[in-house]
Structure formats: structure tokens, C-alpha cells
Ligand binder design. Structure first.
Ligand SMILES: [Zn+2]
Ligand SMILES: [Zn+2]
Length: 309
């Protein structure tokens, strides 16, 4: 899993920072989460391949999360895209994009599908061989969803020593690795679990932006490997977080703790703060593995479920 941050600040684009957008690289595919103004410039600057983005997930219809969408959809056409593009987001997203295209007498060079969300319950949005994506409700000023990316279970590993002892010939190893049981020539049945070991653990990634603090949200992503959580404010501005339905760094860390997350990435910082270092310090008082998102930062998850950048 790679997480390319394109923008991670709240509100408006500035000359040196961008509002929210990020790309997950899973296998050979890229998944775009939120698409604020400037996203396609950030895609180019960070050398992300446009053609590998087939799914876009929009959390909510505040401008700092989707004002770049129609521009990106339009650019895909100028690049003569042919592949299907799937956009998942709150009801209304189709209307707002198509209105802009229609008034410009524009159309897309590729099939464009909208998957409009209205549910207040978690919902499976997408199932591929590599990953399953779910939405879950957040608590914000307008209808907002978080997204949970769950890697599909990895195949079990063959226990060579055990298989050989039981007289399994090497030509059957591939079949066992694929999860099948075996019937040997002498009629003996070898159950798959007898000769295989559990595969590597699968990772999961939860995205929470924007939301007010609510401990029940942690139930949607228990034991998550990486939690990206908004932290618009520091505790000194907790009253603003409550009023605007946002979260403080300390509250985000409490959510990570309640979810038993392995790693926490903070983002969606208010542009009122001169430095973001204080967000990490504040969160680390509650939860140990805190990372700061920043524009152009690329996180990579290793086999030990540790994040590097
Ligand atoms: Zn926002
Ligand atoms: Zn918002």
C-alpha cells in the first residue's frame, strides 16, 4: 500500500499548500480520494499516472474536497481517455458535474459512471480481486462518508516440510497454494489446512475527513492498519472544532486509540497554524504512532505494518 498525499489542508488552496486529495496505490491501480481544487496539478507534480485512476471517492461536497473533480474529468477527455471512470460520492455529485459539462456543450471521451451515496449505514462500494472498499457515515455539517479500504485475504503459505513428510509430490504444490485439498494416488485425503500456514496479514486503510469527534465512529474500522483522520484544529481551538464539526489532533488520536489502529496519519489542518508540528506533539500524548500528512508526502506500508515516508 502506498499513500500519496496530494493536498491535506483545510479550506482554500494557497501558493504553498493544497486542500484535500490523496491517491492510494494498490497493486496496479490507483484510487483517488477527494479531489479538491488543484488536484490535477498535484497529480502532474507528483508524477501520478492519470490513466491508472479508475475510481474516485468523494467524501462530501464541500469545495475543499471536490472542486477539482470537474476539471479532472474534463482533462481525462483531453487526454483521450477510453477506460471507464467510476465516481463515488454524495447524492448531487452527478448533477453538479453534468451541469457544468452540459453548459459547456462538453462530453467525455470515455464512459463515466456515478455511484451516488445516500446511506447512513456502512456500505460496500467496490470489490476487486485486490481490495474491497466500503463507505461509513461521518458527522459533519453536510452528508459525509469515510472510506475503508480492506486488502483481500492473502493466500496461505505452503508448509514444504510437512507436505513432503505426508508424501505430497511437488507437482501438487501449486494446487495446495491455491487453497484446494488433495486426494493422493493411495486415496488418502490431504486437507489444505494440514499442509499450509496462514498467509501474511492483510492491511486496511480508513479515511476520515471531515467529521466532528464521535467515539462511535471508531467502530467502523476496528484494528485498522492505517487511519487517516482529519485534525483541523489543536485543543486550544477545541471550541471551533465543536462549532464547525471538525476534530482536534488530540481527538483524532483518541479515535485511533479506540479503533486499536496501528498507525495514525493526521491531515486537514486549518491554515491558521504556522507549523503543523504541534499536531503531532498533541496527538502523541494520546497515541504512539502518529505521522503528519503533508503535500507531496508519499507513505509506504511495509510487511511489519509500519509506515515509512
Ligand atoms: Zn474540509
Ligand atoms: Zn467539510
Amino acid at each position: 500500500l502506498k499513500i500519496q498525499i496530494l493536498g491535506c489542508y483545510a479550506a482554500t488552496p494557497r501558493s504553498f499548500s493544497n486542500p484535500t486529495s490523496q491517491v492510494l496505490e494498490i497493486g496496479n491501480e490507483l484510487f483517488l480520494i477527494d479531489c479538491a481544487e488543484g488536484t490535477q496539478v498535484q497529480i502532474r507534480k507528483n508524477k501520478v499516472k492519470f490513466s491508472k485512476i479508475n475510481h474516485i471517492f468523494i467524501s462530501h461536497l464541500h469545495g475543499d474536497h471536490f472542486f477539482g473533480l470537474v476539471g479532472l474529468i474534463s482533462t481525462f477527455s483531453l487526454l483521450n481517455r477510453q477506460n471507464e471512470l467510476h465516481v463515488y460520492g454524495p447524492k448531487g455529485i452527478k448533477e453538479v458535474v453534468l451541469l457544468q459539462l452540459r453548459l459547456a456543450d462538453a462530453y467525455t471521451s470515455y464512459p463515466l459512471f456515478f455511484h451516488e451515496l445516500t446511506s447512513s449505514e456502512p456500505q460496500v462500494l467496490l470489490q476487486l480481486s485486490t481490495v474491497e472498499v466500503r463507505s461509513f457515515p461521518l458527522k459533519h455539517r453536510i452528508y459525509t462518508n469515510g472510506f475503508l479500504f480492506q486488502e483481500m485475504p492473502k493466500p496461505r503459505k505452503l508448509d514444504f516440510e510437512c507436505a513432503s513428510k505426508l508424501g505430497v509430490e511437488t507437482c501438487y504444490f501449486q494446487k495446495l497454494k491455491s487453497g484446494f485439498d488433495l486426494v493422493l494416488d493411495n486415496g488418502k485425503i490431504i486437507k489444505n489446512e494440514e499442509v499450509t500456514l496462514p498467509g501474511l496479514p492483510s492491511w486496511s486503510y480508513a479515511y476520515c475527513s471531515d467529521t466532528v469527534y464521535d467515539s462511535s465512529i471508531a467502530n467502523y474500522f476496528q484494528n485498522v492498519t492505517v487511519l487517516y483522520h482529519e485534525s483541523t484544529f489543536l485543543e486550544s481551538e477545541a471550541h471551533l472544532a465543536t462549532r464547525t464539526l471538525h476534530t482536534t489532533a488530540s481527538q483524532a488520536a483518541h479515535i485511533a486509540q479506540l479503533a486499536k489502529a496501528k498507525n495514525l496519519i493526521l491531515g486537514h489542518y486549518s491554515t491558521r497554524y504556522a507549523s503543523i508540528q504541534a499536531f503531532k506533539t498533541e496527538a502523541e500524548a494520546v497515541f504512539p504512532n502518529v505521522y503528519l500528512a503533508d503535500d507531496a508526502r508519499l507513505f509506504e506500508l511495509d510487511d511489519q505494518e509500519r509506515l515509512k515516508y
